[in-house]
Design a protein around this ligand. Structure first.
Ligand code: ADP
Length: 481
């Protein structure tokens, strides 16, 4: 399926190597075997990519939205035609089960479709003037060259969620995918190429994250950085963007609480809590990090949940019945271990799981774990684990549950399970999060605004809101005779 080496830098419509010929090995996280070596670029390649994106912007930004949407429609079609192969590539480099990988590819394609539709809907404004001799209008214009930096946990959908609105708005892009998962990025660029995207409009640079990032940040020609990743790197990008007052769109970490009230449908709550926590093996920024269950239903909820958790099948993602794949790498595994040890030392009880998988694959696999008797001083209750650990705490009144849910610097997603509408609305309003799921844990869709508050980010992705990030609103004030 893969060559020993893959050219993965795409600049001005051409696949390139670097002069040094240096490559970076991509590993299969399930087997720890090398898949291929991809081109290891840095400052020079990024600089070239920025220049080409700048040149391409002159044309791409001035054609009509309709013309831009044609490419996006075509790319959407091509992506859906190739779901099976793209899903396999994604699973091979990222580890998630094939059914999740195919779901991600379909999700990734849905952003292409949504922004193909939005491309012709970048409306401006005509402002009724308070002065008789003046007219005021607002015209949306693309911000310019965009630097897009994406993570490994959703190697495909995080790219189209950024690139599709950028292209729809008329921006051009320099994309830097995560070094762990460049192959899905490469496939997306090939799809755009086949869909007829003019050269230079999307450029791909793989390699030295720091060097590529610094070049994007230091360039006066890059007008916006759109990033999904850790809060730590997000803060760094914010600091370094200050010199040029670059626009930023940041999707950072989260620490999502799930509140299960005593009037919840417990079967649904358990099924969805599990889906939220163990999807992508807990390596999702909106996945449940803390479960707060009403004291009166704790035993029943834990029992239903644990039965379901024990039915999850760990294994190689390419095998059809796998539910849980490996963690992405050793560091991820060490973090899970650290959080688990800390919780146990401080008195948590392991209801199920709590150890490394003893299967025959070499990757970093963990049993899905449920923890009870969890206290607020445990690291797991404050830091993002990014792994399959589910701590459960109880509460007895709504106000305390909300207070606990809000007691974090993160503000990405929170979830409520209740069958009472007034409670659903009341609690949603009080939760300090950018996204609230009510009896739902899959809020990320192309047509709705996804984004965090507090230290979880700035800006929105998805919906018509997602395209606004890539548009400047120019105000034109006209005196008339
Ligand atoms: P994660 O913990 O999910 O790997 P990171 O924030 O480390 O999150 O990585 C997300 C993306 O940011 C990846 O593409 C990574 O290569 C990139 N990245 C990491 N450090 C830097 C940096 N200093 N400058 C630019 N990009 C970076």
């Amino acid at each position: 399926m893969f060559d020993r080496e893959t050219k993965s830098i795409f600049i001005n419509g051409k696949w390139r190597e670097t002069e040094s010929g240096k490559t970076d090995t991509v590993y299969n996280p399930a087997t720890l075997e090398p898949i291929t070596g991809v081109t290891y670029g840095g400052e020079q390649e990024t600089q070239d990519a920025i220049m080409d994106a700048k040149e391409a912007f002159k044309t791409w930004s001035t054609i009509t939205g309709r013309e831009r949407s044609r490419v996006l429609y075509k790319a959407h079609e091509l992506m859906l035609e190739d779901v099976d192969r793209l899903g396999e590539i994604l699973t091979t480099e990222q580890g998630k089960p094939l059914k999740e990988a195919k779901g991600e590819i379909k999700g990734a394609a849905s952003f292409l479709l949504w922004y193909a539709e939005e491309a012709s809907r970048a409306y401006g404004e005509w402002i009724p003037s308070s002065i008789k001799s003046k007219r005021m209008l607002v015209i949306p214009q693309p911000v310019g060259v965009v630097g897009a930096i994406t993570p490994w946990n959703f190697p495909s959908s995080m790219i189209t969620r950024k690139i599709a609105p950028a292209l729809a708005a008329g921006c051009t892009v320099v994309l830097k995918p995560a070094p762990e998962t460049p192959l899905s990025a490469l496939e997306i660029v090939k799809i755009l190429e086949r869909a007829g995207l003019p050269q230079g409009v999307v450029n791909l640079v793989t390699g030295d994250a720091k060097a590529i990032g610094t070049t994007l940040l230091k360039s006066r020609d890059v007008k916006l950085i759109t990033f999904t990743g850790s809060t730590e790197v997000g803060k760094y990008l914010m600091r370094e963007s200050a010199d040029h007052v670059k626009k930023l769109s940041l999707e950072l970490g989260g620490h999502a609480p799930i509140l299960v009230f005593d009037d919840a449908d417990l079967e649904t709550a358990a099924t969805l809590a599990l889906a939220s926590k163990f999807r992508n093996n807990g390596q999702t920024c909106i996945c449940a990090n803390r479960i707060y269950v009403h004291e009166s239903v704790k035993d029943q909820f834990t029992e239903v949940l644990t039965k379901k958790v024990n039915n999850l099948k760990i294994g190689y993602g390419l095998e059809e019945d796998t539910d849980l794949g490996p963690l992405i790498n050793e560091q991820a595994s060490q973090k899970v271990e650290k959080h688990l040890d800390d919780a146990i030392t401080k008195g948590a009880n392991v209801v199920t799981g709590g150890k490394k998988w003893d299967g025959d694959l070499k990757g970093y696999f963990y049993y899905p774990t449920v923890l009870a008797d969890v206290s607020d001083d445990m690291v797991i209750m404050h830091e993002e684990t990014f792994g399959p650990l589910m701590p459960i705490q109880t509460f007895t009144d709504e106000d305390t549950a909300i207070k606990k849910a809000n007691d974090t610097d993160y503000g990405l997603a929170a979830y409520i399970f209740t069958e009472t509408t007034s409670r659903a609305i009341r609690v949603s309003e009080k939760l300090e999060y950018g996204i609230v799921g009510v009896n739902d844990v899959f809020p990320a869709v192309a047509e709705a605004p996804f984004g965090g508050i507090k230290q979880s980010g700035i800006g929105k992705e998805g919906g018509h809101h997602g395209m606004h990030e890539f548009l400047e609103m120019k105000y034109v004030s006209m005196g008339i005779k």
